[in-house]
Design a protein around this ligand. Sequence first.
Ligand SMILES: Cc1cc2nc3c(=O)[nH]c(=O)nc-3n(C[C@H](O)[C@H](O)[C@H](O)COP(=O)(O)O)c2cc1C
Length: 384
Amino acid sequence: MSVISRRQFTTGLIAGGLSAQWGPAFSYPDRAQIESLKDVLNVQHLDRAARAAMTPEAYHFVAGAADDGLTRDANRAAWERVRIRPRRLVDVSEITTDVELLGDRYESPVILAPAGNQLKVHADGEMATARAAAAEGHLLIAAQMADTRISEMAAAGGPLWFQLYPTKQREFMLWLAEQASNAGCRALVLTIDGPTRGNHEAERWFTMHRDKSVPRSRARLANFEGYDGRAGVGDPTFSWDDVQWLTEQVALPLFLKGIVTHEDARLCRRAGVAGLIVSNHGGRQEGNGRGTAEVLPEIVAAVDGRMPVLLDGGIRRGADVFKALAMGADAVCIGRPYLWGLGAFGEAGVSKCLQILQSELERTMRYAGTPALGDISPVHIQRP
Ligand SMILES: Cc1cc2nc3c(=O)[nH]c(=O)nc-3n(C[C@H](O)[C@H](O)[C@H](O)COP(=O)(O)O)c2cc1C
């Protein structure tokens, strides 16, 4: 047998052996096989399980993005381009992920981003999310457009912030802020990336083609209940003077969510806000095409440590959380991952999502040689 043919023979044997061992007998779970929580090994599995469990309309409510999904996909791709530089021989027997934000301590830097209308996602809606967040020890930002009132969500017992939108009826904004404060929320988050409705073509398509004989589930707008005045959402005139006005009116510290440029980060400092969230709404508003990992460095430089910087968009692994912290974020928020968990398995699915990301983060910290969040710094990553 010639050398060449012997090599070919050996290669053939290995290939044959491998396919016998790993091929038909072991196939990595596809969508149909993720039927129980036991099968869920990562957050993408929750996506597959949600796709199988939810109606197409509900699934697209979560997955959908503006225009061609350019910004949503850019979020994901940008994290994949950042590399980790692990350090060796550090004592990583004890890992702590405690983080302090505005004087409050949280057990994890992974925060649940505000998401409205969760009854569309699962029959237990926001209460399932609030219970899981409380049980797993994660901060939850409750949404103005939730189907569950902020006071009900507070009953789950976990730490809460409250998100609201600019609204023409300014008195209503102040009333909402008061409700949030009464419910024990520790901060307000004003989402400022929606001067108009995003172009969600999937959602529009489902609306156009829906079975008109089935009654449509209406959003409850629970946080509007009890307000005896005109209440709405949205105000395209809202600008920096209005932000300043709001910071002066409300007792709680105010974060701005939706900052994607250093120019606006500087204006945040001038407006006297307590902090900001780098976010493009998970690509649901405009198709600007910039992933938040690309945007973060210019914002961290502009803020220069003077206020907490949070970030969301495309975080799907604990390694992504690590990368964001190494690039200067104080904490990160996740949206779709916990909504997939909710859609597929209710409260248990949200818990699973949080457990997976937390354990992935801790594993990444062990490998990187960073036992505490404060040890994670720019030297631990390599940017494109
Ligand atoms: C179904 C859904 C509903 C959302 N609703 C809100 C909302 O009411 N207010 C808000 O500020 N952001 C909302 N967001 C955006 C999230 O807070 C967050 O910015 C985004 O989901 C992060 O990106 P990711 O989904 O890639 O993690 C929503 C996102 C989704 C997926």
